[in-house]
Design a protein around this ligand. Structure first.
Ligand code: 7PJ
Length: 266
């Protein structure tokens, strides 16, 4: 899953049309580089980032969905606002990626009346404040597994078929560095008992990588690729990244190794 940020601060300047053209070119490039899905986001949810007003998010995201509908790669939209969900589904989006896990008022009502995929992400607290107070868990893996189980029950009882759901532990969303690595090491154990939902992992360029490499946000490519391989090895079905070409190469090597292992040795 290739990340497409359509926030104005992700592009130099020059207004909406230049931002739009740059976003479309970026999406085409990620698909050429081997992305299977594009995740379009109009609001930065990095810790402490200011919220974006509804009208502004709609203006950023809906034209991009409309323009990309024809590329026929699955389109996901990273939003927690029900009004944005409704608008992008009307515009042809295939998946809603919700950092709030469809817990906010109205979110379930929108998605249940469509056939879109859902990415249910775990977050402790909310983006403005989640990293200000030390996040605490008794057992982070068990708590995220319980959260997923509750979400799946609520969503399926609310009319969303289980086949539409994928789960994401939400790296960096109300977690310490140690929590994040626990959730990477034990990713498969976050799966609710007896279930087999696709697991999504998004660690690209995040501070958990800076914490162990000492590198700033702009120099975490190798660490991001390593994290992607670790996540794949531990059962991630979807990996959300900025650097598609490099990640796809690494995953091809991982895949070839896995296939050789499955073939036994001669
Ligand atoms: C995630 C996300 C993530 C899912 C962001 C960033 C922050 N959606 N949206 N999982 N992160 N599903 O990319 O650094 O980890 S925004």
């Amino acid at each position: 899953m290739g990340i497409l940020n359509v926030t104005p601060d992700s592009f130099s300047d020059g207004g909406r049309f230049i931002a739009r053209d740059a976003a479309l070119a970026r999406a085409e490039q990620m698909l050429a580089d081997g992305a299977d899905m594009i995740d379009i986001g109009g609001e930065s949810t990095r810790p402490g980032a200011p919220p974006v007003p509804l009208d502004e998010e709609l203006e950023r995201v809906v034209p991009i969905v409309e323009a990309l509908r024809d590329v026929r790669a699955p389109l996901s939209v990273d939003t927690y606002k029900p009004a944005v969900m409704r608008a992008v589904l009307d515009a042809g989006a295939d998946m809603i990626n919700d950092i709030w896990g469809f817990r906010r008022e109205g979110a379930l009502d929108v998605v249940k009346n469509s056939n879109c995929g859902l990415c249910v992400m775990h977050m402790l607290g909310e983006p403005q404040t989640m990293q200000l107070h030390e996040p605490m868990y008794e057992d982070v893996v068990a708590e995220i597994r319980a959260f997923f189980a509750e979400r799946v029950t609520t969503l399926t009882q609310g009319g969303v078929s289980a086949a539409r759901i994928s789960l994401d532990p939400g790296y960096g969303f109300g977690k310490t560095v140690e929590h994040n690595y626990q959730l990477l090491a034990h990713l498969a154990a976050t799966q609710p008992a007896g279930a087999a939902f696709p697991l999504l992992a998004g660690m690209s360029r995040k501070s958990m990588l800076g914490a162990v490499t000492g590198r700033g946000a702009g120099e975490r490519l190798a660490a991001s690729v390593a994290a992607a391989v670790c996540a794949a090895e531990r059962g991630a079905a979807i990996i959300r990244v900025h650097d598609v070409a490099e990640t796809v190469d690494a995953l091809k090597v991982w895949q070839a190794t896995k296939e050789a292992a499955a073939n036994g040795h001669h």
